[in-house]
Design a protein around this ligand. Structure first.
Ligand code: SF4
Length: 300
């Protein structure tokens, strides 16, 4: 399967992704800091990068769980022996400590909260237990010997593909073929968000359609909620939806192009052209609130 994934040479032109367009829609100024920090003429790049790299407890939990599940799946690709759970949870704790020690948390930086790795691990452990107790994990254990060579686990290249010649990214967590169909799993550690998750699943379907030349009917994308209980939510995406979604991607890409002075080289307009959001609730949770003059000092 991996050999079917097309490779692309690097170009500067911006690539659509769900998260990029979400940032763009939420706050143009935040989008500027995230993607065009080096063009800021007022703020030192290091300061913007530092704020960009702030993590949060929910974000870090998701990232650690994704990496641990990725490692489990890669381990089953090499070795079908059952997992030693004692060793596995020791490894998970070590990984949590390593990740948490190397990051600055938003909650600590802005609110002075003491971040307890043990508290973060408590939730991670519960999520991993849900995963190991699931019928999906039983399936992985049972089928890895015969099928794992065809599994795709977080493909290289950030899930790049093309939509009507426009660059786009949709990175799947786990994909496997079975009979004539392709199954795609996306792990979630947070709350359900129907609108956003449906958009993600449609994106994965389009990505798989592009690389494996499969019709939407033969692609089965699933959102997997890992907390508080394990729950798979399979969604049917038809050919019409993916055609419509192609237009959405093209239109959204063009919206982002409008904030550039040079589309090919991805050079933005002046920072002043990237306005602050009117939805000030977002500012409360924004990494850049320290340097953003739209917020009065007393509210930072
Ligand atoms: S603090 Fe608010 S206005 Fe400023 S970048 Fe963040 S979300 Fe946008």
């Amino acid at each position: 399967m991996n050999e079917n994934i097309k490779k692309f040479n690097y170009t500067d032109i911006l690539g659509w992704s769900i998260s990029r367009y979400e940032k763009f829609s939420n706050c143009k100024r935040q989008y500027f800091y995230d993607y065009y920090a080096k063009f800021d003429e007022e703020m030192p790049l290091e300061k913007i990068q530092f704020l960009k790299n702030l993590t949060s407890k929910p974000l870090e939990t998701g990232s650690i769980v994704h990496d641990i599940i990725r490692d489990i799946l890669n381990r089953y690709k090499k070795n079908a022996k059952p997992l030693n759970k004692d060793k596995f949870f020791k490894y998970s704790l070590k990984m949590t400590e390593k990740y948490c020690c190397s990051k600055t948390f938003f909650e600590h930086y802005y609110n002075g909260e003491i971040i307890l790795t043990s508290k973060i691990y408590e939730k991670i452990k519960k999520i991993l237990e849900n995963f190991l107790d699931s019928s999906r994990f039983a399936w992985i254990e049972k089928n890895s010997l015969v099928q794992s060579s065809k599994w795709i686990i977080e493909p290289e290249g950030f899930g790049e593909f093309r939509v009507k010649n426009h660059k786009a990214f949709c990175k799947v967590d786990f994909l496997f073929p079975s009979l004539d169909k392709i199954y795609i799993m996306d792990w979630k550690t947070g709350k359900p968000d129907e609108r956003k998750h449906l958009k993600q699943l449609t994106g994965y379907t389009l990505w798989a359609n592009y690389h494996f030349n499969k019709k939407a009917d033969d692609i089965s994308p699933t959102i997997v909620y890992l907390h508080p209980q394990y729950k798979e939510n399979n969604v049917k995406i038809d050919n019409r939806s993916i055609l419509e979604f192609e237009n959405t991607i093209v239109n959204e890409t063009k919206n982002m192009y409008e904030y550039l002075i040079d589309v090919e080289r991805n050079i933005p307009k002046n920072k002043k052209e990237f306005p602050y959001t009117n939805n000030t609730v977002l500012c409360k949770y924004c990494n850049y609130k320290e340097i953003c003059i739209s917020i009065p000092k007393s509210k930072k």
